[in-house]
Ligand binder design. Structure first.
Ligand SMILES: [Ca+2]
Ligand SMILES: [Ca+2]
Ligand SMILES: [Ca+2]
Ligand SMILES: [Ca+2]
Length: 554
């Protein structure tokens, strides 16, 4: 499709389909013309997905579609996939007819994906706070989150609690006002709220906090609950004395609603959701959903996002059967579920495509304005999504495959020795994964300017590390007039820099470096020099601005 103008070609296809020469005289395929393996029966009635090969001709399409009652519903931009409306019951017949046309790349049903069902029980606990020697958040229900110490989160949080990496949650939506999520919802930097204008020109009007592909609107509010539960596991607001802790404290949640209120959804919406998440800057795409059917357009969407630099994570499915799609595709981290005893959750799907396992049985997270336990591979996947975001906080220069490799190579092996069909490489270990990630040292700013006269020392300033916490780096200085405190704090960690003019021989401009060094093995971009420039002058010229009444003359 590379040679086609995306903006124009759906129209051209529509003309081909409805052109007056769409000959009714062409032969109509009959039901017994359907050959080859029939697709499984789980798909959307009255709709199919079609992609044409590069260089398609009008003649070929006319002959392929002649006699069929079809209508173009739209194109999934960027991927060149067309959604065609067809008469209900005719889907497979039209698909088979299209597949025989050499100019059709593929024609596919719009399959159904599932997202698990079993809600557990409501939390009625005392909310006692668990403390440990490693970083322990103060969230009231952290005590009940066995899943986080199980995968080494407190130790991992010593290194990083996560920068603001964006995790797209492709699910039933996200409860945008949940007290433990509302501060974590991604905001589209290119979109001005509720002005009725598509400010960033992405084809979605006012997609300020994501998009609802099920109802085609800008309100990805959760009308089911699972997406909210999944989002909380990956990135609930943490250390806020409320609710639960998330795997990544810093990550932002991009709500992308692709599953309906009943919890299932169509591949077409998932495909559009993947493309949207990748285009809008999500670095991690969590898909706690699975279908039974292989689908070239779904695989293409996965490849598109992977090529754009996204780590894709998917649940393997809850049927004690074969690994579902998209988890089965090689670019996707396929996640199975384990329980508190590191045993396989019995309904977790299995097979050679399982990459890793993560806690999924009895996971406490955000739901319906409250906190509830829920079980499934849907709960396992966001542990891995959150971990991918943490790895990227330590080193934003890693490729998606490097992040995937670190997660797979630092697991706790379970079941049969080595990789197996139930646990994949094993159960994730966040502490080992973060420890194996080469630290890429990044601090801001790269230069500090201070200015003072006889009236006193200038206020202190900070050197900030937005990716990692204080044990990962140190800062040193060599000048008498410079003093440092820190680094201190969870991600972002910082050093406070003060200058003392009393240590200087007189007026003038003084320059001295602060050396910032990573303390982690195998670090990159270390050491860094932050220059401090201090101008000490007899008298600063002070300029007073009168208060001006600002107004708009119209
Ligand atoms: Ca927009
Ligand atoms: Ca707008
Ligand atoms: Ca919390
Ligand atoms: Ca094993």
């Amino acid at each position: 499709m590379k040679g086609l103008k995306n903006a124009l070609w759906p129209l051209s296809l529509a003309l081909l389909l409805f052109g007056s020469s769409l000959a009714s005289s062409a032969p109509t395929p009959t039901a017994n013309s359907v050959t080859g393996p029939a697709p499984q029966a789980e798909f959307k009635p009255g709709e199919i997905l079609v992609k044409l090969k590069e260089g398609f001709s009008a003649l070929g399409i006319r002959s392929a579609l002649a006699g069929h009652d079809v209508r173009v519903l739209g194109e999934i931009s960027g991927l060149g996939i067309i959604r065609l409306a067809v008469p209900a019951g005719e889907e497979l017949r039209i698909i088979e007819s299209l597949r025989r046309n050499p100019l059709v790349d593929y024609a596919e049903p719009d399959y159904i994906a599932h997202g698990g069902t079993g809600v557990g029980c409501t939390l009625h606990g005392s909310g006692a706070v668990l403390r440990s020697s490693a970083v322990a958040p103060n969230d009231r229900h952290y005590l009940y989150q066995w899943n986080l110490p199980k995968i080494g989160m407190p130790q991992a949080w010593d290194t990083t609690t996560g920068g603001s990496v964006v995790i797209a949650i492709l699910d039933t939506g996200v409860e945008l006002e949940h007290p433990d999520l509302r501060a974590k919802i991604w905001t589209n930097p290119g979109e001005n709220y509720s002005n009725g204008i598509d400010d960033d020109g992405n084809g979605k009007v006012d997609d300020v906090h994501g998009w609802d592909f099920v109802n085609d609107d800008n309100d990805p509010q959760d009308d089911h609950g699972k997406g909210t539960h999944v989002a909380g596991i990956a990135a609930a607001e943490t250390d806020n004395e409320e609710g639960i802790a998330g795997v990544s404290w810093g990550a932002m949640i991009m709500p992308v609603k692709v599953l309906k209120s009943g919890g299932s959804g169509y591949y077409s919406d998932i495909i559009e959701g993947i493309r949207y998440a990748a285009d809008e800057g999500a670095k991690v795409i969590n898909m706690s959903l699975w279908g039974h059917d292989d689908s070239p357009p779904l695989e293409e969407a996965v490849s598109y996002a992977h090529a754009k630099g996204c780590v894709l994570v998917a649940a393997v499915g809850d049927e004690s059967g074969a690994v579902g799609y998209p988890a089965r595709y090689p670019e996707v981290l396929a996640v199975a579920a384990t329980d508190g005893g590191d045993q396989r959750w019995p309904f977790s799907n299995y097979g050679p495509e399982v990459d890793v396992a993560a806690p999924g049985a009895g996971i406490l997270s955000t739901l319906w304005g409250d906190y509830l336990w829920w079980t499934g591979t849907s709960q396992a996947a966001p542990h891995v999504a959150g971990l991918a975001a943490l790895i990227w906080s330590v080193n934003p220069h890693l490729t998606p495959d490097e992040v995937k490799g670190i997660i797979e190579q630092t697991v706790v092996d379970l079941g049969d020795p080595g990789r197996d069909d139930y646990y994949g490489w094993g159960r994730i270990d966040a502490n080992a994964a973060i420890g194996a990630t080469p630290h890429y040292l990044q601090v801001t700013p790269s230069e500090l300017l201070f200015l003072a006269d006889n009236d006193g020392n200038p206020p202190a300033r900070r050197i900030v590390n937005r990716g990692t916490s204080f044990p990962t780096w140190i800062a040193t200085e060599t000048a008498d007039w410079l003093s440092l405190v820190g680094p201190v704090g969870n991600t972002p960690s910082y050093v406070t820099v003060s200058v003392d003019k009393g240590a200087l021989p007189g007026y003038g401009t003084y320059i001295s470096p602060i050396t910032v060094t990573s303390t982690m093995p195998g670090s990159q971009n270390s050491p860094l020099i932050v220059d401090v420039i201090f101008s000490y002058v007899p008298q600063l010229r002070r300029v007073y601005f009168p208060q001006v009444q600002l107004g708009c003359a119209r």
